[in-house]
Design a protein around this ligand. Sequence first.
Ligand code: NAP
Ligand code: F7E
Length: 366
Amino acid sequence: MHGETDTDRLARANAIRRRTPPAHPAGAPRRALFRGPCGIGQTVSMAPRALITGITGQDGSYLAEFLLDKGYEVTGLHRRSSTVTFERISHLTDRLTLVSADLLDEASMLRVLRDHRPNEVYNLAAQSFVQTSFAQPVLTGEVTALGVTRLLDAILLVDPSIRFYQASSSEMFGKVAEVPQTEGTPFHPRSPYGVAKVYGHWITVNYRESYGLHASSGILFNHESPRRGLEFVTRKVTHSAAAIKRGMKKTVALGNLDAQRDWGYAPDYVRAMWLMTQQDAPGDYVVATGETHSVRELCQIAFDQVGLAWQDHVVVDEQFFRPAEVDLLIGNPARASGHLGWKPEVGFEELIRLMVDADVAALAKL
Ligand code: NAP
Ligand code: F7E
């Protein structure tokens, strides 16, 4: 509607959904994807229902798109903030139900589960920036570690048949015990974030083993996109290359140029999350490309895409080094490939070039 803000549109979409009868009781067939007649002049949705925590983040936005395209009813959990944080999902708000709750507040999650009765829950919410976890280790533990237990407990109380996905991380491998890393590689996290993710991972395994929950953990290696937060190194570099090309700034300050990561494309990775919840049995899966690249290579490709030499524009600044760095992160996605039929479709160079192009296009609109 003319003059409607994101917040207005959201309120209207949610009001329409509240008038719709509940979709189908928990425990109903999970794959029923049709909309059938239900009394005179009324239709009831038989679509599967998913709840995504962290829907305003990079992965939440791609997963929401993916599930909506598969015919799901998607509820997104977002935390209250004084400004609108729906930038990544503004194109989807008419198709989503958004609810306010917080991983710090168990009762808020109980209410969301009780009111929306999802069949699948994807826990993507976290304090996800490694550097911040050194400055705010307790908050990181509350959200990224204990938040998982709060959500699992709420699931246990409301509906233990819910299928659960936990966003675990390659940061758990940290000081790596072997290269490449598999589901069996021991963890040695090197940041408060990594430590919190190890807790989240093991509590997921524990609830699976203790209570028989269909709870899976995706050990995802770095994955990026034009929707990546500006503080993460790939987007920082691609956005800076675009801004420098436009004459908006001259340099970008980075930390460890020798750091290496196994970087993939976020839309490929949300597909793996869904594949995990569709399996008969829950499990843990490494999701990675199996290739590693350095921050220096990232700079080379990004600046090349705008016709500049990276050495003329990248400066090294100690403030971006970490108190402890992780070693050689390379994932072996053999189990994901064998059991889930998953494989990445976008390679590193294509990823960085498409991110630069997206930043160039976005800045051209300013
Ligand atoms: P992201 O862009 O930082 O998104 C994090 C989301 O969590 C945001 O929606 C954020 O909300 C929400 N959140 C933070 N604290 C919350 C709280 N207390 N209650 C409710 N929501 C809260 O992260 P991402 O890259 O999409 O990653 C998704 C998940 O995968 C995270 O758990 C991350 O740790 C994990 N992971 C990511 C990668 C990767 O390379 N991207 C790799 C492995 C694992 P606001 O918008 O309000 O901040
Ligand atoms: O750093 C180095 C930095 O912040 C990558 C999160 O999604 O993936 C992400 O965590 C590397 C590090 O990602 C700068 O030292 C150099 O070695 O982009 P990042 P991350 O720490 O790997 C894992 C799998 C997650 O689970 C996390 O949630 O790049 N680096 N110079 C820099 N990093 C940043 N941010 N900024 C720099 O200036």
